[in-house]
Design a protein around this ligand. Sequence first.
Ligand SMILES: NC(=O)C1=CN([C@@H]2O[C@H](COP(=O)(O)OP(=O)(O)OC[C@H]3O[C@@H](n4cnc5c(N)ncnc54)[C@H](OP(=O)(O)O)[C@@H]3O)[C@@H](O)[C@H]2O)C=CC1
Ligand SMILES: CC(C)=CCC[C@@H](C)[C@H]1CC[C@H]2C3=CC=C4C[C@@H](O)CC[C@]4(C)[C@H]3CC[C@]12C
Length: 259
Amino acid sequence: MFHEFYRGMELHPRLLGVDVKQLTNCRMGMIMWQLLILIYFGASYQLKGFDPGHLVNVTLQTLYIYKFYRWETGYFNTLDITLDRAGYYLCWGCLVWVPSLYTFHSYFFVYHQPQSSIASALVIFSLGIAMIYFNYDVDRQKELFSTGRPIKMWGKKAEGLKVTYTTSTGDKKTRQLLVSGWWGLARKINYSFELGAALAWSIPAGFNYGIWPFIYFLFLLVLLIHRIFRDEEKCKNKYGNGWVQYCKKVPYRLIPHVF
Ligand SMILES: NC(=O)C1=CN([C@@H]2O[C@H](COP(=O)(O)OP(=O)(O)OC[C@H]3O[C@@H](n4cnc5c(N)ncnc54)[C@H](OP(=O)(O)O)[C@@H]3O)[C@@H](O)[C@H]2O)C=CC1
Ligand SMILES: CC(C)=CCC[C@@H](C)[C@H]1CC[C@H]2C3=CC=C4C[C@@H](O)CC[C@]4(C)[C@H]3CC[C@]12C
């Protein structure tokens, strides 16, 4: 009973015709994230005046949230929607955890001065934009490939590995796992860029404040590493030997030749 309350019962519940997970995850959590960082930026400006590091922090997150909404249909194929049920964990996570922890570095800057000069803020900003764009592009390549249309990636015809699986109704199906473009470099390279983006908007803090401004980055590191193994288990169960062949073809998870 407690477990059902905590993890949820239904995968796609609707209340008064509204998709509950879309409301909590995509609307309330993400919009509160955006509003709070703007409020913290305004408060910091009133208290301490303009700071380039804080501006980089807020602008990168705003671009990231914009990217999220451009890719929102892709979010509906993720573990949160296809595997996790709408229980306390997911609802509390999106309504409380996202607005508080995901914005914590921006809140921190209201009372603590970021330690970056205009020049270093510009360098961090450029790296952050690259990380957000690459993260978007990885997810975009997978979405494009899933349409089944013949497409090119990095100038070459996109390549897939044929795998088979059995649906919940017992039907045998075949599909392709993408093994070219970003997806030929590492199996979760989107997570590497996700972490890079989180680091970019935290790093204007400098290293004098200990781990506080990096709390979100550290949380994300743990969340994503745990998620890699959850996703691998899901895919191994779904595709069996096909998944083993895929892992041989693309052996690294986050960083080619490292992990
Ligand atoms: N900031 C945050 O808190 C978090 C952000 N994210 C971001 O959300 C985005 C989505 O992440 P997430 O859903 O976790 O992970 P992925 O986008 O990697 O999706 C995983 C699923 O994609 C399918 N898949 C895996 N490999 C391939 C392949 N080679 N070709 C085709 N399909 C494949 C599998 O599903 P199937 O085979 O069933 O189709 C697998 O379960 C990422 O950008 C990530 O960085 C994610 C988690 C937390
Ligand atoms: C321990 C604890 C409270 C965990 C948090 C659970 C959830 C709130 C998060 C789990 C996965 C998170 C997300 C996945 C993918 C996303 C896409 C990204 O572009 C924006 C953020 C997010 C929607 C993110 C939101 C929080 C989670 C659902």
